[in-house]
Design a protein around this ligand. Structure first.
Ligand code: TXE
Length: 492
């Protein structure tokens, strides 16, 4: 098996320690690739390469419209290689190929969107209050950006960071999750093919405790953008204080989905499942916390359980499969413990709650789609992100109570509200303390709208114009066109 390499300063290289890591298919534990296992030393070299490339200015001073053309070229290459990328993503993560194809479409859109914005990253003239002066604001690239991505949406999360960073004129070092690096490696090849100059995009593979830690604390890095778990995010934040880096964090959520009795019942049941079971619930915005109006609670749970029981588990490459495995044995164990905790706390199992018995799935990291009822906000299972195919169900009696329950969380990434009453929907959306609120929908995101969390779900934004702003510094340039002596000091 060829060892897949890292990209440092325009050269594809092995790890300086020569160590490698096997990449496992979570459906059957087969080894699908062997990749270089980078370390802190490799990260330092990549940061230096990015630093030199930035300071030389070749990329940051390239006309923004030209940068935009190259970013668009990356989008076209992703479209050209969509099938291969989707296949790789499914092999690496276990998700269905249809889900991976959707991811690839979204990823190409993100590169197209920032390609368009690159040439429109305009500044602003200020009405100066001082006569004979010109005052203007310009946006400039931040410098060297370190980008750390997770394993659930490996290339999607990477695209949200790569495209705006490049469009704005930065250089970068990316570290994908050590367990799902394959599509990211491929896209670094495509960025090279598109003509991004050597040293602008650097890729280091390896563990968070070595490579990730170095990227977070290295003082030659100007900005760190991290997507991952809340505890790791706190470590990154601490390490980033070494040189007061610019910081962007996306740390997941425990996202409430409020269902009022006047919602379109069938659609709400159907979408409650879409909200949580894509990629086996391993989604930062999963609607894993259903909050259902008392009067329809039992009927809703019955309808939900009936459909959840029918979800077909299997290989992501089987057209009949609706849900694939979890990412790793370690994560499977974590999800199983999470459900156990809920049951000990008094939640009741309505369906699922274990590994499937099907012999065809025995080598995969599968967990049954699970619904827990009789849940209350004080339970750990309601408060903590489970990141698996598990829904907790709570009841409410009034609109006020529903909003209170939804907001009773350290997280604030996203939430949904289902009702046919437009005014009620708007009242709820206005009061829900989250970065994204969906009305009569769930889990929808696109390049044009910003994505970010309130509270401990994170800092800063990805996507939209705000996603580009994260990768720019704001400079005020003040020009006195009629300079005169002030004669303030030492006149006689
Ligand atoms: O993520 P980690 P884990 C949540 C989800 C999951 C939990 C833990 O609830 O169960 O986090 O998952 C790198 N310095 N999310 O442990 O460790 C790591 O190598 C710098 C939510 O797998 O946060 C990987 O590249 N980097 C989430 C990335 O951080 C470090 C997506 C994410 O891994 C590091 C994934 C360190 N000290 C998990 N340690 C979301 N927001 O969507 C690790 N990393």
């Amino acid at each position: 098996m060829n060892i897949q390499k890292q990209l440092i300063g325009g050269k594809w290289v092995l790890s300086s320690s020569n160590e490698t890591r096997e990449i496992i298919n979570p459906f059957n534990q087969e080894i699908i690739a062997e990749v270089a296992e980078g370390n802190a030393e490799d990260a330092k070299q990549a940061i230096q390469a990015a630093r030199e490339a930035f300071d030389k200015g070749e990329w940051s001073r390239t006309l923004a419209t030209e940068r935009g053309k190259l970013v668009r070229k990356i989008a076209s290459l992703i479209e050209r290689d969509k099938e291969e990328l989707a296949r790789l993503e499914s092999l690496d993560t276990g998700k269905t190929v249809d889900e991976s194809r959707d991811d690839m479409d979204g990823i190409a859109d993100v590169f197209h969107y920032y390609a368009d914005l690159a040439g429109k990253n305009k500044g602003e003239m200020i009405d100066s209050p001082i006569p004979n002066t010109i005052s203007k604001i310009v946006r400039e690239p931040v410098g060297v950006c370190a980008q750390i991505t997770p394993w659930n949406y490996p290339l999607l999360q990477a695209s949200w960071k790569l495209a705006p960073a490049l469009a704005a004129g930065n250089t970068l070092v990316m570290k994908p999750s050590e367990i799902t690096p394959l599509t990211t490696i491929k896209v670094f090849e495509l960025m090279e093919e598109a003509g991004i100059p050597a040293g602008v995009t650097n890729l280091v593979l390896g563990a968070g405790s070595s490579v990730g830690d170095e990227l977070s604390k290295n003082t030659a890095v100007d900005l760190i953008s991290f997507t991952g778990g809340i505890e790791t995010g706190k470590k990154v934040m601490q390490a980033a204080s070494s040189n007061v880096k610019k910081l962007a964090l996306e740390l997941g959520g425990k996202n409430p989905n409020i269902i009022f009795a006047d919602a379109d019942f069938e659609t709400a049941v159907d979408q409650a499942m879409n909200g949580v079971f894509f990629h086996a619930g391993q989604i930062c915005s999963a609607g894993a916390r259903l909050i259902v109006e008392e009067s329809i609670h039992d009927k809703f749970v019955d309808a939900l359980v009936k459909r959840v029981r029918n979800i077909k588990l299997g290989s992501g490459f089987d057209q009949n499969t609706e849900m694939g495995p979890l990412i790793s044995a370690e994560h499977l164990e974590k999800v199983a413990n999470y459900v156990e905790t809920g049951l000990k706390e008094g939640a009741k199992l309505a369906v699922g709650g274990g590994k499937p018995e099907d012999a065809a799935l025995k080598d995969g990291f599968f967990y049954l789609p699970t619904v827990l009822v009789d849940c209350t906000t004080d339970m750990d299972v309601v408060q903590h992100e489970g990141f698996g195919p598990v829904i907790t169900v709570e009841k409410f009696s009034t609109e006020e109570k529903a909003i209170h329950l939804a907001n009773d969380s350290v997280y604030g990434l996203s939430g949904g509200v289902w009702t046919e009453d437009i005014a009620k929907a708007e009242r709820c959306a206005a009061q829900m303390r989250m970065g994204t609120v969906w009305i009569n929908d769930f889990n929808v995101f696109f390049a044009q709208a910003p994505w970010g969390g309130y509270k401990q779900s994170g800092i800063g934004h990805e996507l939209g114009t705000k996603g580009l702003e994260e990768y720019t510094e704001t400079k005020h340039i003040y020009h006195n066109i009629d300079p005169q002596p002030m004669n303030w000091f030492g006149k006689n």
